[in-house]
Write a protein that binds this ligand. Structure first.
Ligand code: ADP
Ligand code: MG
Ligand code: MG
Length: 887
């Protein structure tokens, strides 16, 4: 017999040794907390396997599962001394979803299950509080109707609002027992009217209805979207936790709350959380009332006059703080905790590793090293490399005056400017049009996720630090301000009413997610300093890293930026821009249009000093670090005018006949330029171009060595080599120029000549090419194009379809195709090294900054990765993690 159900409670847990795969994150941690002896209401977990079985059986809960659940409930009854659905002390249950990884707000939970017209009376008697019993019943009907019966919440909200208004109440908590009883009556009536069926009175029916609904929610549209965005496999399924209810809505000595053991936004080591007196779980996240602070310190700094939990419930607070410390010490990580206090008694309902901003992740990791909780290497492994992007985001220039039009909570750090839009759809549309927007919502819900992704920043007028908007924005690394109660959204007229201003859709605002401010217009920003915690993490990372990290930089400005991010050389300097800028394009065109070699050489002589200067300043910035320069790569027609208008202009400027120019342009036209007359093919047709470039490089090297005293070792890279004879031909020209320049300058220059591996033939013949090449650099953009036979520029027409239809998982231009392209890299690496053991190997395609691809590079033993300047820190960290994991 398969064991589908594991119980926990009373200091023991059947599933303690099991992992998150079987029990889901929530279930595994409930079991763990139970085993640690913490106060956890008893319960049971139905395994994720049962979810898969449910779908295999055509959405049926198997008899074996039912039987095990019932026997699990019997043991909850034994621990609590209550009976499910009967007797003087009825047992109420919560039915909670819990997948392997947390999916905030994605799956649905039902509370207070087991209530009906009879048990509600018994519950009221038992607790001596009829108001509480009816409050619980109306909550149950509303949740159950929504989650299980599919009746929209709104009808209930409306009834409740009407009732409150009728009595002149502002808050739910003012309702009396008989008023709640009346609400229950109205709820049941509207439910019958809308659905044509009665609210189920039989607790067994309620139970299986809820279990089926939680399993079914795994395939709900929003869960599917979330999984898609986060690469979570559908096959995992969700576990279910069924647990005895504890009540935060049992009067003023009861409460419910959520807390982080450290501040999830700044990482500061102070308990950070919110709670609500006389409330149940969902009230905190839903933003029905504004929650209160847990600690006095937080209350004071938020300027609130509503008492903290520390002040109101000192005993429970003390116990809670001790448990938080215990959980941190146990899990060795910052925890995100959900709890309830029932008449002064504390109950733990959930713990998990808390989501946090990157800044917080850095601070927490560094602090935990200082607190001797984790090692430096563990700290390095804790930071998600691609999340560093957040820190590289600009923040508002501290020197500018701020025109604040609203304030809220600083939910996710960084600043962003954009046009305001009021719906997720508009945000998506704007992104497609290349416009930057700030998404404005009263509060967000999972349906808004795609719009949140598309926005530069998110602003809500309601909700706390643990609201949906806050949690999701932090996860995405998007600046976010929540609960900006000083502002009002007028949805009908698409207006935002702030302090002294009314803005309309399309107006520009700036939000500061670190300060919780909303500013008018666009505001100057500054780049963050990469010191402090960031610096220490990177220092530890660099200590364990094996591969070098270089940058792809064409200009001194790029090179300087990359060096400040820690680049250790240039892995790819593309030289084409040196032919485009300013005056040069004219000279370049003269060269292309020249009748013969002599004419071309005259033009090239004029380009030489300009290129030399470019290389000189690049070498000066790099100060002796290696610099790989790629010879001219694109086809020549890219430098010529295209439209009739442009041709006429250029012809006039060059004193040339427009028709003749048109003919020359037509003659250079190619059907498939990507596979055309480019790369080393140009160098072979027009060796004078290579000779000019080589001369510029060597003369600049001489100059830079004299100026900086640090000798540069230029690495000259020949593009698009497929045949060894191609490389031989070009290399001969380079070597000849090197000899000339050395004689002229009377100075020795060390240099390397190598090739880019970007054709399958080159990879396969690497052992032969390596006889001539002193280094290989994998140009994975072109290698991906040529391996797949897919043009990168045309791929967007069908790659998304491929992904949607499950033909491929990842876009191979974003994440390296390990199986195919990777295999060619592996082959070239092995064969190249067989010929030349000390050959330098690197990668310079877009993938050089992609953490998964960097892991691959570590695995096959490349010497360096090269990526765009802003990705250098990401690559340093990813390379360090790869090195640690490779041990
Ligand atoms: P989510 O994954 O959306 O956080 P949970 O299953 O954690 O869903 O339930 C949401 C909230 O419901 C919890 O934070 C808690 O406040 C409340 N809750 C869940 N189970 C119980 C229980 N047994 N007793 C009291 N409250 C509960
Ligand atoms: Mg939920
Ligand atoms: Mg929860």
């Amino acid at each position: 017999m398969t064991k589908w159900v594991y119980t926990f409670g009373n200091g023991a847990a059947e599933g303690r040794a099991l992992d998150h795969e079987m029990l889901g994150g929530k279930g595994a941690n409930l079991a763990e907390m139970c085993s640690l002896g913490l106060p956890v209401p008893p319960g049971l977990t139905i395994t994720a396997d049962a979810c898969s079985a449910y779908y295999r059986d055509g959405r049926r809960i198997a008899d074996e599962v039912r039987a095990q659940v019932l026997s699990g409930i019997a043991s909850i009854e034994a621990v609590t001394g209550r009976r499910f659905g009967a007797g003087n002390s009825p047992l109420l249950l919560s039915v909670r979803s819990g997948a392997r990884v947390s999916m905030p707000g994605m799956m649905d939970t039902v509370l207070n299950l087991g209530l009906n017209d009879e048990t509600v009376q018994a519950l009221g008697h038992d607790a001596g509080d009829a108001r509480f019993a009816w409050d619980s019943y109306r909550r149950f009907i509303q949740m159950y109707a929504d989650v299980v019966m599919g009746l929209d919440n709104e009808v209930f909200e409306e009834i409740l609002e009407d009732e409150k208004a009728r009595h002149g109440y502002e808050y739910d908590t003012e309702m009396t027992a008989s008023e709640w009883q009346h609400v229950v009556h109205l709820y049941k009536a509207v439910l019958e009217e809308e659905l044509g069926e009665e609210f189920p009175q039989d607790p067994q029916v309620q139970l299986w209805g809820a279990v089926g609904a939680v399993f079914s929610s795994w395939m709900s549209a929003r869960a599917v979207t979330y999984r898609h965005l986060h690469n979570i496999p559908e096959s995992w399924g969700t576990a279910i936790n069924i647990q005895a209810m504890v009540f935060g809505n049992l009067g003023n000595s009861s409460a419910t709350g959520v807390a982080f053991t450290r501040n999830p936004s700044t990482g500061e080591k102070s308990l950070y959380g919110e709670f609500l007196v006389n409330a149940q779980g969902e009230d905190v996240v839903a933003g029905i009332r504004t929650p209160q602070s847990i600690t006095e310190e937080a209350r004071i700094s938020s300027g609130s006059d509503r008492p903290s939990m520390e002040k109101l419930m000192p005993e429970a607070f003390k116990e809670f703080v001790a448990i938080c410390d215990r959980l941190e010490a146990h899990y060795l990580d910052m925890q995100d905790i959900e709890f309830t206090i029932e008449r002064g008694t504390l109950w733990m309902l959930q713990t998990r590793s808390g989501k946090r901003s990157t800044r917080a992740a850095m601070k927490i990791a560094v602090d935990m090293v200082d607190e001797k909780m984790i090692t430096e290497e563990q700290a390095v492994l804790r930071i998600e490399p691609s999340s560093l992007d957040q820190l590289l985001h600009p923040t508002i220039d501290p020197r500018v005056a701020r025109e604040v039009i609203g304030t809220g909570l600083p939910a996710s750090p960084g600043a962003a400017s954009g046009e305001i839009v009021f719906t997720a759809e508009e945000a998506v549309m704007a992104e497609e049009e290349g416009r930057k927007v700030i998404l404005l919502r009263v509060e967000t819900s999972p349906e808004d996720i795609h719009g949140m992704h598309a926005a530069e920043g998110i602003l809500t007028t309601r909700g706390g630090m643990t609201s949906h908007a806050a949690v999701v924005a932090r996860g995405m690394g998007i600046p976010c301000v929540v609960g900006a109660g000083t502002m009002r959204i007028d949805l009908r007229n698409e207006r935002l009413i702030g302090m002294g201003v009314t803005l309309k859709k399309g107006d520009i605002i700036t939000i500061d997610g670190s300060a919780g401010q909303v500013l008018k217009g666009e505001v100057p920003m500054v780049q963050p300093a990469l010191s402090g915690d960031f610096g220490r993490i990177m220092e530890w990372a660099d200590r364990v890293r094996r591969m070098t990290v270089r940058t792809n930089a064409d200009t001194p400005a790029d090179a300087r930026a990359a060096r400040s991010f820690g680049a250790e050389g240039i892995g790819l300097c593309r030289t084409e821009h040196m032919f485009f800028e300013g005056e040069r394009i004219h000279v370049m065109r003269e060269m292309i249009l020249a009748e013969d070699e002599a004419g071309r050489r005259t033009a090239l002589d004029r380009l030489l000093p300009m290129q030399r200067e470019d290389f000189e300043s690049l070498f000066n910035v790099m100060h002796g670090l290696p610099v790989t320069i790629r010879l001219l790569d694109p086809p020549l027609h890219e430098f010529l005018p295209k439209t009739d208008e442009e041709i006429a202009d250029v012809a006039a400027a060059m004193n040339m006949d427009a028709t003749a120019l048109r003919q020359r342009v037509d003659a250079l036209h190619e059907f498939n330029p990507m596979l055309g007359h480019r790369g080393c093919r140009l160098a072979i047709s027009y060796p004078e171009i290579v000779e000019m470039q080589a001369r510029a490089i060597f003369e600049a090297a001489v100059q830079a060595a004299r100026e900086t005293g640090a000798a540069v070792v230029p690495e000259i890279m020949v593009p698009l080599v497929g045949l060894r004879s191609e490389l031989d031909y070009v290399k001969e020209r380079i070597d000849a120029i090197a000899r000339d320049v050395m004689t002229e300058a009377d100075m020795r220059i060390d240099y390397l000549v190598g090739t880019m591996i970007e054709l399958p033939r080159a990879a396969l013949r690497a052992h032969i090419i390596a006889e001539a090449a002193e280094f290989f650099s994998f140009g994975t953009n072109d290698l991906t194009q040529t391996t797949f036979g897919i043009s990168r520029d045309d791929a967007s027409a069908f790659i998304p379809t491929y992904q949607r239809k499950g033909i491929i998982e990842h876009d191979p231009f974003i994440s390296l195709d390990f199986d195919g392209v990777g295999e060619l890299i592996r082959i070239a690496t092995e064969r190249g090294r067989r010929t030349r053991a000390d050959m330098k190997l690197g990668i310079c395609g877009e993938h050089g900054g992609d953490p998964a691809s960097i892991h691959f590079c570590e695995g096959i033993g490349l010497d360096y990765v090269s990526c765009s300047p802003f990705r250098v820190p990401i690559a340093r960290l990813a390379a360090a993690q790869a090195a640690i994991k490779a041990r």
